[in-house]
Design a protein around this ligand. Structure first.
Ligand SMILES: *Cc1c(COP(=O)(O)O)cnc(C)c1O
Length: 390
């Protein structure tokens, strides 16, 4: 009997080592990783600076708990505040936990304004995590099914629909915040119209709502800027990060600005592990490397090139519905379910993902060289062509 909880349909591949954009399996086969452990290993596998920082910290001090001061955590908060222009940071261990903090902040903020049943606007097609609060906020029905009763206090609207937001502003006096991904990741790399985030910022300002951005997948240079909302030139009230922040070390952050930064007090929230010396050292090294290797710009360039390679080869072909991307968040949407492509690509030494059944999602490491970007296209394009002819 197999003792692992069967919560995943795993591919029958097990990796033993990684270096840069490459992974090696137990049989010595090599794979170009175009999914980065789901947008986690932006710096590639076992980046020397990150491994060195982790090893050094692991042999110095790993954990003390938040009963004491943690200088590395303080330093990491300062770095994130400087990068975002925001005020305060709470550290967690995952994306879902970072969003839990955001949801709790929105509720406290509402109560402080005298709203007894505060409600958060969330979007169809969204993904915010698997804890009870974050799955209740998530748009995908499959994530919620069977877990009722769900948490109350979320009101769902279509993504990229400003009128729905304006309607809520005129009709629902309990709304205190909107929680949204700047680009929906699990939902299929859905990129909103230009001006969407800017107008959300305006609506939030006009109504005293918190603009809460889930940048767990889009943040930390993946979109071609440090944070995806910077494409719109706005600053959110709350932003959550995780995935790429530790390059594989589990660490999440909830970053908060201005009035919303005042609602948590001692005792409001906590985490045993959150921001421990080991995780903080890893995240600091990740931020240093993202900056010193100028990976926001590199992701922007690489993303443009990869999107062009796919467009040149596939745009307008029967079966290809759309090719879209922002930085190194890329999607090729087909007109039919294409999950089988994941294993076909793996057989050709390429790791990709398919989400919402018909969308091939690519999240390559930010450190990809031009040669590696071209290699991704060279390996994937023929597979898609073959799949569509069949
Ligand atoms: C992955 C993801 C989460 C959940 O993060 P976990 O670390 O798996 O809890 C939440 N929101 C978005 C946008 C994500 O991509």
């Amino acid at each position: 009997m197999q003792h692992l909880m069967p919560t995943y349909n795993r591919l029958p591949i097990a990796f033993t080592r990684g270096e840069g954009v490459w992974l090696e399996d137990v049989d010595g086969n090599k794979y170009l990783d175009a999914i980065s452990g789901i947008a986690v290993c932006g710096l590639g596998h076992c980046h020397a600076d990150i491994s060195t920082a982790i090893c050094a910290q692991a042999s110095t001090l790993m954990h003390t708990s938040n009963l004491y001061e943690i200088p590395l955590q303080t330093q990491l908060a300062d770095r994130l505040a400087k990068l975002t222009g925001m005020d305060k940071v709470f550290f967690a261990n995952s994306g879902a936990e970072a969003n839990e903090a955001a949801i709790k902040i929105a509720r406290l903020y509402g109560h402080k304004k005298g709203i007894d049943m505060p409600s958060i606007l969330v979007c169809e097609g969204s993904f915010h995590g698997r804890t009870m609060a974050t799955l209740s906020a998530t748009g995908n029905r499959k994530v919620r099914a069977g877990f009722e009763p769900l948490l109350r206090g979320f009101s769902r609207i279509p993504f990229n629909d400003l009128n729905a937001v304006r309607d809520a502003a005129s009709n629902d006096m309990n709304v205190v915040a909107i929680l949204v991904e700047p680009v929906q990741g699990e939902g299929g790399i859905n990129i909103p119209d230009e001006g969407y985030l800017t107008e959300l910022r305006n609506i939030c300002n006009d109504n005293g709502w918190l603009l809460m951005l889930d940048e767990i997948q889009t943040g930390l240079c993946r979109s071609g800027k440090w944070f995806a909302h910077q494409h719109a030139g706005i600053v959110p009230d709350v932003m959550t990060l995780a995935k790429g922040l530790g390059n594989g070390m589990p660490v999440g952050a909830c970053i908060v600005n201005s009035e919303a930064a005042q609602v948590f007090e001692p005792g409001s929230h906590g985490s045993t592990f959150g921001g421990n010396p080991l995780a903080s050292a890893a995240a600091l090294a990740v931020l240093d490397t993202l900056e010193s290797e100028n990976l926001a710009d590199q992701a922007a360039q690489s993303g443009k090139l990869l999107q062009k390679l796919f467009s040149d080869a596939l745009a307008g072909k029967p079966g290809v519905k759309d090719i879209r991307g922002l930085g190194l968040l890329l999607a090729i949407e087909l007109d039919r379910p294409c999950g089988e492509l994941v294993m076909k690509a793996a057989e050709k030494g390429l790791l990709i993902n398919v989400t919402v059944e018909t969308v091939i999602r690519l999240l390559p490491p930010l450190i990809c060289s031009e040669t590696e970007i071209r290699e991704i296209a060279d390996r994937l394009i023929p597979l898609i062509e073959e799949f569509l002819i069949k």
